[in-house]
Design a protein around this ligand. Structure first.
Ligand SMILES: [Zn+2]
Length: 448
């Protein structure tokens, strides 16, 4: 597509925001016009896409994932366990990851996300066994090939079993190596400018797998390079007990002590906070990546999403790793957030618009993006279009609500940065069958 070519995605069946009811006009990577119902573009367009059968959403944004875990979905030894014992079953398996496994599992996760309407994906990769020092480089190359926007975090583990941590010693790295590699990745891949296709954030894994000094050093390095910080926090009661025993502090007090209670940070999960902690998180503007499927699967608990949001925290959505979900489908995750949210809050508060806003604007804020997550003039042209022609939608009234209530699972068309990446429910130029075969073979090899 020529950069100056104008495309009008015309009169969608429904949108998340009435201000784009007449569609949007795209030029290059950006949205240049958002049309109200009945309006037509101010200048001529080169191409029109008739969206009268499509529900139009801003591209969904995934705030938390572990792509490599697609290789250990429904892993027999990890079934029916809660977080700590689930992790202990999987750490030794994950320690055998190789380069091809990272390449293929990244393709699998990105393809699954893209087909579900996701245009920006964050990943948290924290395993760097010998021979896999270039895991993030491999992920970056795959994302570029697929034309997806990514925020890849340089994960890390430095607190092994010998020092009182949870992961086996063979899976942890020393701090100097972690810091040096973090700086290398920022220099190589972090695009600070608006419209960025790749950004890097720093992501020590969790309180029970990382030393206090690494948390502090990561915060300093993130400030130096103005990149974001990410970690798992307040996921389970076991974690709270671990923090109280190891550091003499509750998880949030520990987070504050190491210099992480700030708006540079977004946290995965954020379940077990008391009222005072929610107030402090909100005042600091710390983001929360809510992962409903994972929280249910691991019996972790129920995130106080609306309380956090009212206090001032951005709330986004994440599918989490595919060993605790065990899928990477963003539109399905929206439905999970909707249903789970209604177990805690009033039906009038958890609406389909609310959960869709978490998957778009909310996740964008978690990732520190003001150019993503809405269909407005000046925003990036990241767009997901869903058709309601499957059996599951037959008889549906409100088209936008139908996406969430009837359980949409696949987008018909997806555009990233002004380029169509999914057409008629298929990723352009991508051999999905061959990918599935490669992934199955590698998963068998990893399990053996
Ligand atoms: Zn996670």
């Amino acid at each position: 597509m020529n950069a100056s070519r104008r495309i009008w995605i015309k009169t969608p069946l429904a949108t998340l925001d009435e201000a784009s009811a007449g569609g949007v006009v795209i030029e290059g990577q950006r949205i240049v016009e958002a049309l109200a119902a009945g309006e037509v573009p101010a200048a001529s367009v080169d191409e029109q896409f008739d969206a009268r059968e499509h529900v139009m959403l801003p591209g969904l944004i995934n705030s938390h994932h572990h792509f490599y875990q697609t290789l250990t979905r429904a892993f027999p030894a990890a079934l029916n366990k809660s977080l700590f014992s689930w992790l202990k079953s999987l750490y030794p398996v994950w320690a055998k990851l190789g380069e091809e496994m990272v390449e293929v599992s990244t393709q699998v996760a990105l393809a699954e996300l893209l087909l579900s309407g996701c245009t920006t994906a964050s990943d948290h990769h924290y395993l760097f066994p010998q021979g896999l020092e270039n895991a993030i480089d491999i992920q970056m190359a795959q994302a570029e090939k697929m034309g997806m926007r990514v925020h890849l975090t340089r994960g890390s583990m430095s607190l092994g079993e010998e020092d009182g941590g949870l992961p086996p010693q063979s899976t942890v790295q020393d701090e100097d190596a972690i810091m040096a590699d973090s700086e290398r990745l920022i220099a190589r891949y972090h695009q600070a400018e608006p419209g960025a296709m790749s950004r890097v954030a720093l992501a020590p894994c969790s309180p029970f797998s990382v030393s206090e000094s690494l948390m502090k050093a990561s915060a300093k390095l993130a400030e130096k390079h103005d990149v974001r910080l990410h970690t798992h926090l307040a996921e389970t009661h076991d974690e709270t007990a671990f923090c109280e025993k190891m550091f003499g502090l509750r998880p949030l007090d520990y987070l504050e002590k190491v210099g992480w209670l700030s708006d540079r940070v977004w946290l995965a999960h954020g379940i077990h906070f008391n009222d005072d902690e929610i107030r402090r998180l909100g005042a600091a503007g710390t983001g929360i990546g809510h992962c409903p499927s994972s929280n249910m699967l691991l019996a972790s608990g129920l995130c106080p999403t609306l309380d956090l949001e009212r206090a001032g925290s951005p709330v986004g959505l994440g599918v989490d790793g595919s060993a605790s979900n065990d899928g990477s489908n963003m539109i399905q995750e929206v439905r999970q957030a909707f249903l789970l949210g209604r177990l805690r809050y009033d039906a009038s508060e958890i609406t389909h618009q609310k959960v869709l806003s978490w998957a778009t604007e909310g996740s964008a804020r978690c990732l520190g993006r003001d150019d993503l997550g809405a269909l407005k003039v000046g925003m990036q042209a990241d767009i997901a279009l869903f058709k309601l022609d499957e059996l599951r939608f037959a008889g549906a009234g409100d088209p936008l609500a139908a996406l969430v209530l009837c359980g949409a699972h696949q987008a018909d068309r997806v555009m990233v940065a002004g380029q169509w990446r999914v057409t008629d429910g298929a990723i352009d130029g991508f051999d999905l069958k061959a990918l599935i075969e490669r992934q199955k073979n590698l998963a068998r090899k990893l399990a053996a």
